[in-house]
Design a protein around this ligand. Sequence first.
Ligand code: PMV
Length: 334
Amino acid sequence: MEGINRRREAARSVLPSSWGPVIEEAIATAPVNIALAKYWGKRDDELHLPVTGSFSVALDLHTITIVRQALEIDEVTVNSTPLSSDSPFYTRLVEFLDLFRPTPSFAFSIVTTNNVPTAAGLASSASGFAALTLALNTFFGWNLDPKKLSLLARLGSGSACRSVYSGFVTWQKGSSPDGRDSYAIPFDDWWPELSLAILTLSEQEKPISSREAMRLSAKTSPVYLLWPAQVSNDTRAIITAIHERNFPAFGRAVERNALMMHASMLTATPAVCYWLEETITAMNTVWKARKEGVEVYFTMDAGPNVKLLFLKQDTRKVLTYFPKAHVVGLLPPS
Ligand code: PMV
């Protein structure tokens, strides 16, 4: 079956048999999430089915999305700027909306706003696709449960399936070829003392998309052979550390997982390196701070920016090493 049809089929398997707008406009919000054990590599490119499970935490930063019907063609506005119909993000959104048109000529108006400080350098596709899925659920009156919403959001962007919830979130990889068991679920514990700060080192466009970097790592890196077992071990260590409130064990597993993901990119052919000199300086500063007794760890995604993890009680000490870091609240489970 062709890609779009497989995606349609996957969406239809959780949607009601027919639908149309039930209200004039629907609004929804979804939080940004940061993976602590990363999603890196797909076993199915079309359905965004991951090779491994992953584990994230929600940040107190959101995307807010409004869905309405448009007259003729899809209109997409992001942070007050209308997107041109040839921009890559417009195309990605339209392909996602294609899964949900009640009739082929139905057009959407999507207005989306990220309350993520632009300086934070955070990608918003996960919170964006999650907020859009939640808004569509209200707009069409689907009344879907969170698992189904997570599954639909996954069809927009893999990591979006985790942004359907706040708190810690597990994305279970599932094993079904049609992805029916690949969705996120909320985690049953919370750690109020945990804190995160973002160190923005560059706001420039990524040299290579995470989609492509993931594909290259999985296909060509010898390190990637070790990745599935590493993610399982790290996830287990992170979960145990959360339950035991063991911050050093938590930080070690989170940091190791991010470095392993980057190791698989660095050893891909061609090599993918998102790091800047400043990224390496920041990593060295984290290690120096730890040697000097400050419990701070880092994680990184497909970009040069560094996210610092520490306990709230250590905020002042961490900020003396990183005066430009931007402390962001974590979003407890609802
Ligand atoms: O969901 P995508 O295709 O944007 O991939 C996200 C990949 C990472 O952010 C690097 C890791 C993750 O689990 O969020």
